[in-house]
Design a protein around this ligand. Sequence first.
Ligand SMILES: [Zn+2]
Length: 212
Amino acid sequence: MQDDVFRQPRTVEERERGLTDHGGDLVELYTQKPRVGRRTAIEEAKAAVPTVDLADRLCGPGQLRRIGERWVARCPLPDHDEKTPSFVVYPGDRGFWCYGCQRGGDVVDLAQAAWDLDRADVAAAEVLMTFGHEIPARPTAWFNRQQRQRPMRDKVAEVRTEVLMRRLFRFVFEPMIAAHEDPDERAEMAADLWRDVLPLAARLVEDRRSAG
Ligand SMILES: [Zn+2]
């Protein structure tokens, strides 16, 4: 695997291009894409992605085994390295439980634990992204408020956005890219996806701020 395939913008010029392609207007960037529905990212993730689907992805191909109605595997969560499977996903999307490390919950809880994310809404957004779903929109009033408060927030937001972009890229997109065998294809995909990360990262930064 070549390092430069996964290279993220490092020079000032590259970085600025990445962050200012949209004029640095992160709020406008969101509003360009009309979205429907008022469900939160957390509700949306729980409705759209079965726990077993995320578990399957985290555990790796063929690792989840069906035993009766349950799915069982070696625990995919960090800090739990086990030889005997004690990670169980229950049918009817009643969530997961690991009898080894005593962690459990729904699909969003699983994402939080697996990706070490403090916030459920960020984990939910990553789940939605990972499985190709839209992240629910914010109401118009929220955008208007953001617009008024923009000048003093932009700089901080840009820095946070970039940090988050790198994080998202590492957790969500690199595994997808790695699945391609052709180096040229990987490089192209990496470049495309890196651009796609911006709107998501910007959105999550705004989410974090509005909640904090
Ligand atoms: Zn465990």
